[in-house]
Design a binder for this molecule. Sequence first.
Ligand code: ADP
Length: 274
Amino acid sequence: EEQYLIAEQKTKELEKAKEELEDYSEQLQKSSQYKTNFLANMSHELRTPLNSILILSQLLAENENQTLNEDEAGFAKVIHTSGTDLLKLIDDILDLSKIEAGKVILTVDEVNLTEIPELMKLTFNPIAEKKDIAFVIEMDANLPNVWYTDGQRLQQILKNLLSNAFKFTDKGSVQLRFEHTSQDMLAISVTDTGIGIPKDKQKLIFEAFQQVDGNTNRLYGGTGLGLSICSEFVKLLGGSIELNSTIDKGSCFTVYLPQLSQEKLDSILLAQQE
Ligand code: ADP
């Protein structure tokens, strides 16, 4: 009899705990929803005034009518560069929060691979010239002309990897290479002859806000968000990312992407949300 009462009591306690847990997880879900909405609204509100700052500071920096002296035009340039960094940070935080909340929208496009080199040269040739680093792009002879994946995100991934490569390289070269693997994957590698990444940090840097160390952070700037966004997008596109790096020799990041169909992409996104 006594044991029966104890068991009944325990069952009641368990049920109560279960209810509490359910309430708690509902609250958690709600607050995560609030967080995503808040970040989305904030980033929109921040972007509008920032765009005015960017456009007007650029006009000032161009100093077409010579109304500013050299110092003043230089200050305008700094305002423009800092504003650009801030915009990137806002975009990165919004991307990460959307990924976390399972709210990323991806679409499968017919991506014309032959157009990518020109696009990347347009963005990175000025940096390459300024730092006197060679920027080499190689396309495998048997590379298909089109690949089915999210074109916008693919560009974002490449720009992130390339801007890191240029940031952490002071001499030598940055190479962007496209290959079609025997497993029918698109392999894109970004190889640099820069400072390299220590073995014990090679996993860590793919996590948000992680950088090799505070000193390099101060020296090179950045937020530690780029690689985590890259690897999350690569995962959502059904692919993977690999890193090979040797200190003082350089780094090679390789992204593998499958041919996607919208159905396949939708099922990946659905699995991500569960
Ligand atoms: P950020 O570049 O804004 O710091 P990332 O997430 O893109 O953020 O990179 C995280 C860290 O990984 C960098 O701070 C740097 O320490 C290291 N890293 C990334 N790419 C390279 C590279 N090509 N060469 C050397 N270190 C790198």
